[in-house]
Design a protein around this ligand. Structure first.
Ligand code: XMP
Length: 520
């Protein structure tokens, strides 16, 4: 996020930790503005009078590999409180005269730390317990404390798990208080910013909205921006944010692939064109998609065809708008971390995901990605602040290739029609029974097998419908949702009785892994 000159803030100096954005996120949750600056770019004059505290992040480095990082130690000698986390703790110790060495026992994962002394940093952190679980991830450790530092807590392998220099307001923690695995970790951050830095709450979703709009205006100036709107949460929030920032200079293109959920295209047009008055170009490409997908049953081929055609159609329409310089995308922070390999190892391709992320390189557009530092739940809150309806904001994720990958085998108009109905009844039943928001993602799929049934003394020979409902944090792993028998029974009856073409319903009870969330 860009500097906001007027707001008091906590400055986070990033040394390359996977968790740096999580630190910023925790501070936002506590209602305070923060700014992240890379250790490579930080200058003494970044620490101006608005900086009420400094956090040194973790990182993959070793404090003695001085060539690999740059850090002007004067930055922490300006009377501002400092909290070092993991690598940040080690570097803070080193620049104050302490020593760091390779740990005999590396600590990764949960560790117990025990309290040795009271401190403002740990006020109400231990919750009347002597021991608390924290998340460690380090191979080095502080081996000698600098002068005037004292030990607040230790673990079995790290004597200096929490340390302080009360006079200088320097604090160091070897573990990661910003991750949820650290029990009560947010208290450490809260104590640091409110009790030690004495910063006042100054940040809210409303401020965030204002800040993002300001940044978009500064970046885009008078140029036109295009945006591929899918109707999902992220692209909807981006579209509405840009709409607020630049109004009619935004052009949204919505492609109806014919593989959307029932009535979805009507809802998108109704919301974005009619209600929010966004420049929306509606492209009905149902027939074109069906033609290209005819007789294709291989999942990867389906995905490729849909992805490529989507881009082709998008480009076709985008070219009709003169003078477009920017493409807006709903990239979120987790998308950015996932697209880099954190460990550097080769990851194998499971599915070629299609989303608007791969849009058109040929057009040489600059990107506007206003959500790229936010997490999904923050995007949802921002969407509500932008007056998007709860229905849009709390929608389950929907894959770019749509119903095509929920219909193993070939795709026909008839199958799409049946599947749209089944999905509609399932999702409606979840909403009617207050289950929708307890489930991360749910959908109906149509399997390419017909089975025999009996209805009203007659033999039926119809498709098999599979229902999938999962709980998950982020879609990377998932478990099936444990419905009551009465619900499963009710929805199975409803689908079979209401839809010609389905005479049997099954519920998918596999988790991810070994299965994936979608069928293809
Ligand atoms: P899988 O099936 O890989 O799905 O376990 C994980 C999450 O990703 C969604 N998904 C996609 N989203 N384009 C998308 O935008 C895609 O091609 C795609 N494929 C899967 C899926 O719905 C689930 O939420």
């Amino acid at each position: 996020m860009n500097l906001d000159q007027s707001l008091d803030k906590i400055l986070i100096i990033d040394f390359g930790s996977q968790f740096t954005q999580l630190i910023a996120r925790r501070i936002r949750e506590l209602g305070v503005f923060s700014e992240i600056v890379s250790h490579r770019k930080i200058k003494k004059n970044n620490v101006d009078k608005t900086v009420k505290g400094i956090i040194l992040s973790g990182g993959p480095l070793n404090v003695y590999e001085i060539k690999k990082y740059s850090f002007d130690s004067n930055i922490v000698q300006r009377g501002v409180p400092v909290l070092g986390i993991c690598f940040g703790h080690q570097i803070l110790s080193k620049i104050n005269g302490g020593r760091v060495k390779k740990s005999k026992h590396r600590e990764f994962g949960l560790a117990n730390i025990y309290k040795k002394k009271d401190s403002l940093l740990t006020k109400n952190f231990f919750k009347n317990k002597k021991l608390i679980n924290v998340w460690m991830s380090h191979a080095d450790q502080v081996s000698k404390l600098p002068k005037n530092f004292s030990v607040i807590a230790s673990s079995q392998n790290s004597r200096f798990a929490i340390v302080e220099n009360k006079l200088k307001k320097f604090y160091g923690v070897q573990f990661h208080p910003e991750v949820t695995h650290t029990e009560n970790g947010k208290k450490i951050i809260s104590n640091f910013i409110f009790l030690i830095c004495k910063i006042k709450k100054n940040w809210s979703v409303k401020n965030q909205k204002i800040q993002l709009i300001k940044e978009i205006r500064n970046k885009v100036k008078n140029s036109k921006v295009i945006c591929a709107l899918s109707g999902g949460v992220d692209s909807s929030v981006v579209a509405q944010l840009l709409n607020k920032a630049i109004g009619k200079k935004l052009y949204c293109i919505f492609v109806n692939t014919g593989l959307l959920r029932k009535n979805e295209e009507k809802q998108v047009v109704e919301t974005f064109k009619k209600k929010l008055k966004i420049n929306l170009i509606y492209v009905n490409a149902e027939e074109e998609f069906l033609r290209k997908l005819k007789n294709i049953s291989d999942p990867e081929k389906k995905r490729k065809i849909i992805g490529n055609l989507f881009i082709k159609i998008f480009e076709r329409y985008a070219k009709k708008i003169n003078n477009v310089k920017f493409l807006a995308q709903g990239t979120l922070y987790p998308d950015l971390i996932e697209s880099r390999s954190v460990t550097g190892s080769q990851t194998s391709k499971i599915k070629s995901h299609h989303n608007v992320g791969g849009l058109p390189k040929k057009m040489k557009l600059k990107l506007v990605e206003p959500l790229k530092l936010l997490f999904k739940d923050e995007v949802r809150k921002l969407g509500l602040e932008l007056k998007l309806s709860n229905e849009i904001i709390s929608r389950h994720p929907f894959p770019g290739p749509g119903l095509a990958i929920r219909m193993p085998g070939i795709i026909t108009k008839e199958k799409i029609k049946i599947l749209k109905e089944a999905d509609y009844y399932f999702i409606k039943a979840l909403k009617d029974n207050n289950l929708y928001n307890k489930i991360w993602q749910a959908y109906a799929a149509l399997l390419p097998v017909k089975t025999v049934g009996v209805m009203g003394d007659n033999r039926t020979y119809e498709y098999l419908c599979l229902l999938r409902a999962i709980t998950s944090e982020d879609g990377m792993t998932a478990d099936f949702f444990d419905f009551k028998k009465s619900f499963i029974q009710m929805i199975s009856n409803k689908i079979v009785n209401s839809i010609r073409g389905i005479n049997r319903v099954v519920y998918d009870v596999t988790s991810k892994p070994p299965s994936t969330i979608e069928l293809e």
